[in-house]
Write a protein that binds this ligand. Structure first.
Ligand SMILES: Cc1cc2nc3c(=O)[nH]c(=O)nc-3n(C[C@H](O)[C@H](O)[C@H](O)COP(=O)(O)O)c2cc1C
Length: 190
């Protein structure tokens, strides 16, 4: 199953990168397969450092902003316990991993990862349609160069209804940032 969440990774100088990623999860996170596109910062960092942290989250503001490269405030983190990495303070669960194999033959690389440590900061709040809709909108926003504009606008119109019916202020704000980004063709960072 693919679980959407956030990956933190570090570059050679220790600079933090936060990116939404959807790894294929084996069982109860016994292992994960990450598939970062080339080029991307996550691909570079994980190729070099061979470790990182995957987070299960239930808030969508960081996912929305990081997806379109406008994470203006770095999320608060603490050091990972067993790998050279950082753990997001605002997460439900985290999984520290080591990259055991990398296949770079396709533009979407394949990285097999072993979970070496896991922890929980707080329980998952529960499923919410507005949050799911923001995740869908964020994925669309990262693909505006691949999908026709009218198709994206149509999808945003139907996603907006779930956000308005079932979300709170944070969901409206995250959705609005993404809607403005796609309306501007992705050229402007919100
Ligand atoms: C929910 C979600 C899941 C995503 N999963 C992936 C993924 O598995 N692989 C990938 O390359 N990009 C994925 N993306 C897109 C990246 O997050 C996006 O391209 C991002 O800008 C990459 O950031 P980076 O250059 O900092 O690594 C996903 C986006 C979202 C919103």
């Amino acid at each position: 199953m693919i679980i959407e969440g956030l990956v933190t990774s570090l570059d050679f100088s220790g600079r933090l990168n936060v990116a939404p990623m959807g790894p294929i999860v084996e069982g109860d996170f016994e292992s994960i397969v990450l598939r970062p596109f080339q080029p991307s910062t996550t691909f570079d960092n994980l190729s070099q450092q061979r470790c990182g942290v995957f987070h299960v989250v239930d808030e969508i503001d960081v996912i929305a902003r990081a997806a379109i490269g406008c994470l203006d405030v770095e999320p608060e983190t603490v050091p990972a316990e067993t790998v050279a990495g950082r753990v997001l303070v605002r997460c439900c669960r985290w999984f520290e991993f080591q990259v055991t194999a990398i296949d770079t033959t396709q533009q979407r690389s394949v990285m097999n990862c072993r979970i070496v440590h896991r922890g929980e900061r707080r329980p998952y709040l529960g499923m919410n349609r507005a949050r799911n809709a923001v995740i869908e909108a964020a994925i669309l926003a990262t693909r505006i160069h691949l999908i026709p504009g009218e198709e994206i606008q149509q999808s945003f119109r139907s996603l907006r209804s779930a956000v308005e019916k079932t979300g709170n202020e944070a969901e409206f704000r995250a959705f609005q940032i993404l809607a403005e980004y796609v309306a501007q063709g992705g050229s402007q960072k919100a």
